[in-house]
Design a protein around this ligand. Structure first.
Ligand code: NAD
Ligand code: UDP
Length: 339
């Protein structure tokens, strides 16, 4: 077997799209996922799209024996680390679970990498690490700020752990990718976002209202200091984000901590997302305005010029494509991967 990429959390939303891009670029892929937030049907779909199957190991990143075995069995040269818990609200109720999965899990993973002599890592971080008071647009030269929930704090803590790891052993090359708001789906309509229970995020909520699984969208607040009073975010297509991971692999060729924002640089309000969704899909989208959601920031978006200048990466897909692809995925799979 040729050298392989280990993708933790590769059965999930962003991991599955990245796996497709990796396979299509000719990489061997080994996925480690405990399926706590994924469905194994995704592997059939990946094979349908690429004509190729990743190797799948069902297991947990917190289990060092599993990790040692995977790293002994397969010639892994790089780890792309998506595995973790990501629900902001839930993280406030289950802080220990979040720190255990996201922080402890990453430490166990890095210890296994160290034992195996693998020192190339790409980590899924988030724009949330800029904190509550950073000026917009967010740029990588800003310091990490004060996070408002255990999920965000776990991402910031992992960034610190990885920075210290590199300081102690300068042979490591580590990429910290700070994602903005990924939405959309593969244009085949075969893979997409399939949240368990009621979605927390805007786009899957909208898609489930449009398909009739949910009655109406609640827009959390219309009195923010933004153009139309609703919050603004930087939504990017998940396939652009997946491609960002491939492009960032080149940064691993030099040791160091390499930080990149991945976003479009364009803020979009909740209300304009709703209107554009209605226009593009011709589906009515009932909504009401409710109170603000605790912890939401009014507006943030990326300065993504560093990724463009250094990696040649730029988000290419338009908001219309993001919505069309979400809608294709949702209408072909009204119940997600559950048939
Ligand atoms: P996801 O929940 O769809 O994927 C995460 C995957 O990791 C799931 O398949 C889950 O089963 C697996 N997993 C969780 N804990 C595990 C463990 N202990 N061991 C093994 N597998 C485990 O989430 P996603 O949206 O694809 O996000 C991927 C990564 O990107 C996460 O780290 C997330 O925090 C980060 N991120 C996501 C967003 C977003 O908006 N989706 C934004 C910024 C950062
Ligand atoms: N949002 C909303 N209704 C929902 C879900 C989200 O109005 O049901 C808003 C939310 O207040 C935020 C934006 O949509 O301004 C994006 O929210 P999401 O949770 O998707 O991303 P994040 O807040 O993490 O950037």
């Amino acid at each position: 077997m040729n050298k392989a990429v280990l993708v933790t959390g590769g059965a999930g939303y962003i991991g599955s799209h990245t796996t497709v891009e990796l396979l299509e670029a000719g990489h061997q892929v080994v996925i480690l996922d405990n399926l706590c937030n994924a469905n194994r049907e995704v592997f059939n779909r990946i094979e349908q799209i690429t004509g190729n199957a990743p190797i799948f190991i069902q297991g947990d990143i917190r289990n060092s024996l599993t990790l040692d075995l995977v790293m002994q069995l397969y010639p892994i040269h790089t780890v792309i680390h998506f595995a973790g818990l990501k629900a902001v609200g839930e993280s406030g109720q289950q802080p220990l679970n979040y720190y255990e999965n996201n922080v402890h899990g990453t430490i166990v993973l890095c210890q296994a990498m160290q034992r195996a002599g693998i020192k190339r890592l790409i980590f899924s971080s988030s724009a949330t690490v800029y904190g509550e008071e950073a000026p917009v647009p967010y740029i990588e030269t800003l310091p990490r700020g004060k996070t408002s929930n255990p999920y965000g704090t776990s991402k910031s803590m992992v960034e610190q752990v990885l920075t210290d790891l590199y300081k102690a052993d300068p042979e490591w090359s580590i990429v910290l990718l700070r994602y903005f708001n990924p939405i959309g789906a593969h244009d085949s309509g075969l893979i997409g976002e399939d949240p368990r229970g009621i979605p927390n995020n805007l786009m899957p909520y909208i898609a489930q209202v449009a398909i009739g699984r949910l009655q109406q969208l609640s827009i959390f607040g219309s009195d923010y200091p933004t153009q139309d009073g609703t919050c603004e975010r930087d939504y990017l297509h998940v396939v652009d984000l997946a491609i960002g991971h491939l492009k960032s692999m080149q940064a691993l060729d030099s040791a160091g901590i390499h930080i990149y924002n991945l976003g479009t640089g364009q803020p979009v309000s909740v209300l304009s997302m709703v209107k554009t969704f209605e226009e593009v899909t011709q589906q009515p989208l009932p909504y009401r305005i409710t109170d603000r959601r605790a912890g939401d920031l009014a507006a943030f978006w990326a300065d993504a010029s560093k990724a463009e200048n250094e990696l040649g990466w730029k988000a290419e897909r338009t908001l219309k494509q993001m919505i069309e692809d979400t809608w294709r995925w949702q209408s072909n799979n009204p119940n997600g991967y559950e048939r």
